[in-house]
Design a protein around this ligand. Structure first.
Ligand SMILES: O=C1O[C@H](COP(=O)(O)O)[C@@H](O)[C@H](O)[C@H]1O
Length: 258
């Protein structure tokens, strides 16, 4: 796992634009190297803003949308099309506007699937496993970029402080019950799955995130501070706006756009 680098942008709007531009470059490079790319989306305010900016980016079609696999880091266990589902937001913001192969969009199951949350988690794990190649050496494909929002309580994906999902050491996907942020029932990638990603990008904007950002960059344990467990295999980036970076020790963040 890699130590985090921190980049600070002026405000949420510039942060979202800069992350969208970074995604274009990273995904184009990954596709040039291997022919395809795997991207993991996050829900939440800034995560969705990034997707809107990507849809609007002049260079967006430099990405070979036909060879991009899109996954989710977590999902709120609600019916298909529910406006609080992370999938619904991502489709509206980006996926409905680009020439992506529908078979390569991999939403987590919905509550109207008839599956229990546990079976839904297992089904998603099976879908991930089916997408692996021998060179992935694991049960999930090598994610090129895995984006995560950060809650004010430092949750990432649907991994909330102190909850059992944070103790998972083997399964890549679990059901979450009793989440403190509604809805209480969710599906989430686990820390072991997150750690397989080549690059993990934690994206946070707003003053309410400043304490969580500070803790996520400290030596705190991931059970108490899930954001402190958000680390990638080759690179970990904390992409922040100035207010979310407000409690960083001086000198830790590099100002990317003052
Ligand atoms: O519930 C969730 O919250 C987090 C953070 O959302 P934000 O609006 O505070 O940025 C998000 O990363 C996660 O995917 C989502 O399910």
């Amino acid at each position: 796992m890699t130590a985090p680098s921190v980049l600070v942008h002026h405000d949420q709007s510039l942060l979202a634009k800069a992350v969208a531009a970074r995604l274009v470059t990273r995904l184009v490079d990954a596709q040039a190297a291997t022919g395809g790319a795997h991207l993991v989306l996050t829900g939440g305010g800034v995560g969705t803003a990034v997707l809107e900016e990507l849809a609007a980016a002049p260079a967006r079609d430099a990405i070979d949308w036909g060879h991009l696999d899109v996954w989710w880091g977590d999902e709120r266990y609600l019916p298909t099309g529910h406006e609080e589902r992370n999938e619904t937001g991502a489709r509206k913001a980006l996926l409905d506007h680009v020439d992506i192969d529908p078979k390569r969009i991999h939403p987590m199951p919905s509550s109207d699937s008839g599956l229990s949350p546990e079976d839904a988690a297992e089904q998603y794990a099976a879908e991930l496993r089916a997408a692996t190649r021998p060179e992935d050496h694991g049960v999930v494909p090598s994610f090129d970029v895995l984006m995560l929002g950060l809650g004010p309580d430092s949750h990432v994906a649907s991994l909330f402080p102190g909850m059992p999902a944070l103790y998972e050491e083997e399964r890549p996907v679990v059901a979450v019950h009793g989440a403190p942020k509604p809805p209480p029932t969710r599906i989430s990638l686990t820390l072991p799955a997150i750690h397989t990603a080549r690059e993990v990008w934690v994206i946070a904007a707003g003053e309410s995130k400043a304490g969580a950002v500070h803790l996520a960059l400290s030596d705190a344990g991931p059970v108490q501070v899930p954001g402190a467990g958000a680390r990638g295999r080759q690179r970990t980036l904390f992409l922040l706006d100035r207010t979310a970076a407000g409690k960083l020790p001086p000198g830790l963040g590099r100002i990317a756009s003052p």
